[in-house]
Design a binder for this molecule. Structure first.
Ligand code: ADP
Ligand code: MG
Length: 700
């Protein structure tokens, strides 16, 4: 018996048809019968989980209430119109539901007498309990099924779905018929031994139970099984990438040579921390094996990743190989180039910069020096690899800020036969669960130790009202000979940018601080102007450096102790953390002052609070992940990961670990999924990744 029907177009399923199929595909990517079966309910209703209106109270967790629409009303309000709906519970109690946005649409959506299930957080206003923008479902004549004690699944919807009649109710009917006809044909995709060993519900049972659970415990088991399956497939891909990598030959480097030692012991004015030494040792070991290295160096802002990378590049050089150092933006590349110049010149070596803003002559000259092998290090964006810059002997590729590239990009990076060792660096420490997924195919070195003598940066949130106070504080620090950054947001680095804010701020600060030198850098300045300003800040000529986010990463001026961020509410959390990382680079107490307007979105509030609460990069990124959701954290497409439909990387860590272990041990036993018992799995795997367009996931 085959599972071919799973790949059939959903339009031929009873109750769907062309029009609905199109909407379903557009709205939720449901195209095949398989997609349909995996179109999971977003919530369930059952008597035991409904809160009676009479028993409502304020609480941080959302609750579900069922009732009848008693009235609807558009209320003018002081600053903003709103839509209010009064819901009456079965025993006569009443509550309010309020919408501030999309009020014309919701007004049309409800009628007096409609039976609704609403889901949201409850707040109390006077004598009313109220939900704002609740998630809702119209039950109408369906309310009665709740009385039968059944658990009713509610599906993802939306206006378009509703227009073609794809309501939770009709979806239930479609699925019900589908299960009646095909349910028994569904075959187990996971190998029997995994199902048994991990104590999973059978696939066919789980699919039925996720849509039509007989009890909450059955639903929970089904969920567990389907989450496992989803995460398992991802881990299987990673395990295979890993396996393939272990088969890829890489240049065999020698034991650490002269330049490596000289750099570490003579050029660097400090001793490496224990964590840096360990990371470097791991790199050196990897690169000597003859197998390509794929290593991620993970460490918080300011932990000193750059020097580890530079030492690794010297190690490549000592072994007769060149290195490429790649940053996500040109600005960053330029900054790294400056650092590298300082590090390499004492060793008599000359790195070459490749950027789009260079003159043709400069670029040609750099390309020549790399092609001939005269220059040991290329610095640039990762266009270095994509544009096929020619090297005499490329042996190591360093990718800074790795979190901005995903698995897919990494896989694509070196398709053309070049197999240098890969050293990836991320300044955003990411939660372990996400690391297992995004970097699940890599070895990881952690720099979990800050250079000695650092004091944690003190972070303060201030509003416009207290600007005078903030400036007084700033003046005080300047008098002590310290320096400050003042940063303004830019919407898009690459677009023609609105510099007004930064320029106005610059003029204003010059007036406020006539006794001090104020400088300005922004992305539209020419490289040499920028470098000049940076150099004058570094040598202390400039006291206050006003900038756009140019300085987000990589800049290093230890005497700067104040980071003043304007419009802090507009910055992302990891960006704020990066900015804060520009100070606190010496033994002086440093400060990060976040100036924020009162108009803050809920998310902005959470970001700012997190900044004040903690300096810990891991906590910051956990929070970031929670605020933004995993899909958005790196951008699913960017990360090259299939969308997660049911599992939640932040919450399902236990399942993730189990799935990872199972996948890796399976690939160890049967690397190419050739054995008989793995055939169905192999098909499912290929279909999953083919559908996601992840062509690189091939099974040998
Ligand atoms: P990041 O990990 O954010 O890339 P950097 O590599 O820019 O950090 O290093 C941050 C700062 O710490 C730099 O000024 C660097 O010179 C300094 N640094 C790095 N390692 C050490 C060390 N072991 N001891 C003292 N200072 C160090
Ligand atoms: Mg760095």
């Amino acid at each position: 018996m085959s599972d071919d029907f799973l790949e059939q177009d959903v339009r031929y399923v009873k109750g769907v048809g062309e029009k609905r199929a199109n909407v379903w595909a557009d709205a939720h990517g449901v195209r095949t019968v398989r997609d349909l079966l995996h179109f999971y309910p977003r919530r369930y209703l059952d008597r035991s989980t409904i809160t009676p209106v009479e028993r409502l109270q304020e609480s941080p967790d959302p609750v579900t209430v069922v009732g009848t629409v008693q009235s609807t009303n558009i209320v003018p309000g002081k600053s903003q119109k709103r839509f209010e709906l009064i819901l009456q519970g079965e025993r006569g109690g009443r509550m309010k539901c309020t919408w501030f946005q999309g009020i014309w649409w919701v007004r049309k959506a409800f009628e007096k007498g409609d039976q609704l299930a609403v889901h949201g957080k409850v707040e109390q206003y006077g004598r009313w309990f109220s939900m704002t923008h609740p998630d809702f479902d119209k039950l109408n004549d369906e309310g009665a099924i709740l009385d039968t004690g059944r658990i009713v699944p509610l599906y993802p919807g939306g206006e378009a779905m509703e227009k073609v009649g794809l309501t939770s109710r009709s979806i239930r009917r479609i699925l019900y018929n589908l299960f009646k006809e095909h349910g028994l044909k569904l075959q187990e995709t996971l190998p029997e031994r995994i199902v048994e060993h991990c104590d999973l519900m059978e696939g066919r049972v789980a699919l039925r139970a996720i849509h039509f659970p007989k009890s909450q415990s059955e639903r929970a088991q089904a969920e567990q099984r389907l989450k496992f399956e989803e995460l398992f497939l991802i881990q299987l891909m990673l395990a295979q990438m890993r396996q393939q990598q272990d088969e890829v030959a890489g240049p065999a480097f020698d034991a650490p040579g002269e330049h490596t030692k000289e750099f570490v012991h003579d050029v660097l004015p400090f001793e490496l921390t224990g964590a840096q030494k360990r990371s470097l040792r791991e790199v050196i070991e990897d690169t000597q094996t003859g197998v390509q290295m794929n290593r991620l160096v993970q460490g918080d802002v300011g932990s000193g990743k750059t020097v580890v990378a530079v030492a690794a590049m010297m190690h490549a050089y000592d072994s007769g190989y060149q290195s490429a150092f790649m940053a996500p933006t040109e600005l960053l590349a330029e900054q790294h180039y400056q650092n590298l110049l300082e590090y390499l010149q004492p060793l008599g070596l000359e790195p070459r910069l490749l950027t789009g803003s260079q003159t043709k002559r400069e670029r040609e000259e750099a390309l020549r020096a790399l092609r001939s092998g005269e220059s040991p290090v290329a610095v640039g964006t990762h266009a270095i690899i994509q544009e096929e810059v020619e090297f005499d002997s490329l042996g190591l590729a360093v990718v800074d800020e790795q979190h901005r590239f995903g698995v897919a990009q990494r896989a694509e990076m070196f398709e053309k036969g070049q197999q240098p060792h890969m050293l990836l660096m991320t300044a955003t420490p990411i939660p372990r669960s996400l690391a297992m997924t995004l970097y699940g195919d890599l070895d990881v070195s952690k720099i979990d130790e800050m250079p000695p003598g650092r004091k944690p940066v003190e972070t303060q949130l201030r509003s416009e009202k207290r600007r005078g106070e903030v400036y007084a504080f700033l003046r005080d620090k300047l008098e002590q000979g310290q320096q400050a950054y003042v940063v303004y947001p830019l919407v898009e680095e690459s677009e023609k940018m609105d510099l007004k804010d930064a320029e106005n701020g610059y003029e204003n600060l010059k007036k406020q601080f006539p006794d001090y030198t104020v400088g300005l850098v922004h992305g539209q300045m020419k490289s040499d102007q920028k470098e000049n300003a940076m150099a004058r800040f570094k040598d202390g000529t400039i006291d206050i450096l006003v900038s756009t986010t140019v300085i987000e990463v990589g800049v290093d001026v230890p005497n700067a102790t104040i980071m003043l961020v304007e419009h802090a509410e507009r910055f992302g959390l990891s960006q704020l953390h990066q900015l804060r990382g520009r100070v606190g680079r010496s033994d002086q107490q440093s400060y990060c002052i976040l100036m924020a307007g009162y108009k803050r979105s809920n998310e902005a509030k959470q970001r700012l609070e997190a900044m004040v609460r903690t300096n810990d990069g891991f906590e910051i990124s956990e929070t970031d992940l929670k605020i933004r959701g995993a899909g958005d954290f790196f951008g699913t497409r960017q990360s090259g990961m299939p969308d997660l439909k049911i599992a939640d990387i932040t919450e399902d860590t236990d399942i993730l670990e189990e799935a990872r272990e199972a996948a890796f041990s399976l690939v160890e036993r049967d690397p190419h999924l050739r054995s008989e018992e793995h055939q169905r799995l192999r098909r499912r795997f290929e279909e999953t990744y083919a559908a996601e367009g992840l062509g690189f996931a091939r099974v040998g």
